[in-house]
Design a protein around this ligand. Structure first.
Ligand code: ADP
Ligand code: MG
Length: 626
């Protein structure tokens, strides 16, 4: 009998397959079962149009038989089978057929990486077997053939006996080595769990003999074990079912079954897309934040299936980071069964699905916001920060997409509001969207800087999370309205008269302010008359883009670079304290120094900043009490 040689690429791949160190050897079973399922698909569709085949209907199944003693594992199917020529063509050349196009552009690189570079299909049998035997009888043929190979040396094909149409793949499982436990592929429970894990939703039954126990005959306590053939897979995945067949409870159960979370999701999205790309998906928006969500351990991603066969546990390419909290599964017929992450990343179909999913999630969130506000606020408490990070990252490229999902606490409504709600009720003359940043709502409410804006009747958004101001700086504008911190230099509120008055006021007090600035030296950039204070004597504001809140946040970061906001000490010239300042300036320079330092430190305290020398501050207070 003639031994045929594999084609060059196949030989190379086989060699690597046999000798590489690879941790996911168990996927061989997934590949072989999926081939069996494909073969049954082919005869199944033929039977739809060919009456002579219709009697076969009940006969569609895959069978897995293991034999520990002889170290064989057999996967048989009642599929369409292969002719002699097909055995030669399909198994002699790697990845000949459509779903497994050999990626020529991806040069075969040696090493363990190899399997990551393209789908391995049938050849993965060599991950666990020394000898692979394929016995097949094609539909419409009277003869059966046996294909056999020990790996790189080539393969043989010879006639053999087989009663029914279909294919049997017999693996001679390798002996254990120091590093590899091959025995597990002959173990009932392991095999069962591999099938469950990767092939649960194959739509034909996967049958296997499993051990059961029953009471011994005539005994009331003694059990005996026996074997019975069982269907191991559950066959119909929930995402393939019709929405109308399913209750909320079913979706919730699936969420728990899959260990997506311990909470009850606030929403599920069941997608059945047909069009440019067809796929089915069930997505969940969780209610509670997973405990490890903001740690490095958390891995985002959706489970990915190709036509009922699991490809990947967590396909991260399907979700943008800002929707990293979403859980669920995606199943598409348009994806090639392929275990390579690198290829997946470049897969055009996958990109289309990801884009589609991204939009669906956003739409759903917007719906919840619109129709179930309480639920949305609950969700936003958990994941709002993530959305804001999303807005900030990637140089703000997602700002248009995400901006309408944001919410902030409103000074006016005393609850969370959207930017759209804010802008739609802005008085006509109001130029900016005002915000105030601080540790907590209570703290912000007491900020002197908010006085004039609130007095004008304008709404202020309270920023209490560290990411808030950074996100908004990235946005710059919402619906043509610029954001403005209540602490920024120019609030855009003063009328022209007010401006003139204040500039003359500034001139009049110029020398006093100059003197104060000298006293404070590099602690402040300037001392000015305030246009925003009413009841408070002083406050700090900032010149330039970097606000005092941002400085605080940057300072708290691990690799802080001591970046400082340009601080301005603002003095309320209508306040009694100002009179005291003026008097001190004219009569007592020591007093002026004392007052200036006191006021500066006060402003720091109100702002939530630390006083550099608290002892000096308390001493100063004592001095004025004496
Ligand atoms: P793919 O499944 O992506 O086509 P494989 O390497 O897994 O690639 O299989 C190669 C080809 O061998 C298949 O396309 C199919 O034509 C044939 N084949 C493999 N297993 C079977 C089987 N159990 N029954 C019929 N044909 C099979
Ligand atoms: Mg295959």
């Amino acid at each position: 009998m003639e031994t045929k040689q594999f084609k060059a690429e196949s030989k190379r791949l086989l060699d690597l397959m046999i000798n590489s160190i690879y941790t996911h050897r168990e996927i061989f079973l997934r590949e072989l079962i999926s081939n069996a399922s494909d073969a049954i698909d082919k005869i199944y569709y033929k039977a739809l149009t060919d009456d002579s085949l219709s009697s076969r209907k009940e006969d569609y199944y895959v069978r897995v038989v293991f034999d520990k003693e002889n170290r064989t594992l057999k996967i048989s199917d009642t599929g369409i089978g292969m002719t002699k020529e097909e055995l030669d063509d399909n198994l002699g050349v790697i990845a000949k057929s459509g779903s497994l196009e050999f990626k020529k552009e991806n040069e075969v690189k040696e090493g363990h990486d190899i399997i990551g570079q393209f789908g391995v299909g049938f050849y993965s049998a060599f991950l666990v077997a020394d000898v692979v035997t394929v016995i097949s009888k094609a539909l419409g043929s009277d003869e059966a053939y046996k294909w056999e190979s020990k790996g790189v040396d080539g393969y043989t094909i010879e006639p053999c006996e087989k009663d029914s149409v279909g294919t049997e793949i017999i693996l001679k499982i390798k002996s254990n080595t120091e590093d590899e436990d091959y025995d597990q592929y002959l173990d009932e429970h392991k095999l069962q769990s591999i099938i469950k894990k990767y092939s649960d939703f194959i739509r034909y039954p996967i049958k296997m003999n499993v051990t059961k126990s029953k009471l011994k005959e005539g005994s009331e306590k003694e059990y005996e074990e026996y074997k019975e053939e069982e269907t191991v897979n559950s066959m119909v995945p929930i995402w393939r079912k019709n929405k109308s067949e399913l209750k909320d409870e079913d979706y919730d159960n699936f969420y728990t079954e899959k260990h997506y979370g311990f909470d009850k999701p606030i929403k599920h999205i069941h997608i059945s897309a047909d069009g440019m790309i067809s796929y089915k998906a069930i997505l969940y928006i969780p209610e509670k934040i997973p405990y490890d969500y903001y740690t490095k351990e958390y891995e985002k991603g959706l489970e990915l299936y190709s036509n009922g066969v699991m490809i990947m546990n967590k396909c991260s390419d399907l979700l943008p980071d800002y929707f990293g909290f979403v859980k669920g599964v995606v199943d598409s017929e348009d994806l090639s069964l392929n275990i390579s992450r690198e290829i997946l990343q470049h897969d055009r179909q996958l990109k289309l699905i990801a884009k589609n999913i991204k939009n669906k999630i956003k739409n759903e969130l917007q719906n919840i916001l619109k129709n179930e506000r309480d639920k949305y606020e609950e969700f936003y408490k958990s994941f709002g920060r993530q959305l804001k990070y999303g807005l900030y990252s990637d140089f703000g490229s997602n700002k248009d997409f995400l901006q309408d999902l944001l919410m902030f606490y409103s000074s006016k409504e005393k609850k969370m509001v959207t930017l759209d709600e804010y802008v739609s009720r802005m008085p006509e003359e109001q130029k900016y969207i005002y915000y105030a940043a601080g540790e907590s709502i209570e703290r912000i409410e007491k900020l002197p800087q908010t006085e004039i804006v609130l007095d004008k009747g304008y709404e202020i958004l309270y920023f209490t999370e560290d990411v808030d101001e950074f996100a908004i700086k990235m946005m710059m504008k919402y619906k043509e309205k610029e954001f403005k911190s209540v602490s920024s230099g120019d609030l855009g509120i003063d009328s022209e008269e007010n401006d003139k008055e204040s500039s003359s006021d500034n001139k009049e007090n110029k020398e006093l302010f100059e003197e104060m600035k000298n006293i404070l030296s590099d602690k402040v950039k300037d001392v000015r008359m305030s246009k925003r204070l009413k009841n408070h004597p002083v406050c700090l504001s900032n010149d330039g883009e970097l606000t005092i809140e941002m400085e605080k946040i940057l300072k708290s970061m691990p690799n802080n670079q001591n970046i400082k906001a340009d601080k301005v000490l603002e003095i309320n010239t209508n306040h009694d304290v100002f009179k005291a300042l003026k008097e001190a300036y004219e009569n007592d320079k020591d007093k002026l120094k004392l007052y200036t330092n006191l006021l500066y430190n006060q402003a720091l305290l109100v702002e939530g900043l630390t006083i550099v020398d608290p002892v000096e501050f308390t001493n100063d207070i004592c001095k004025i009490m004496k």
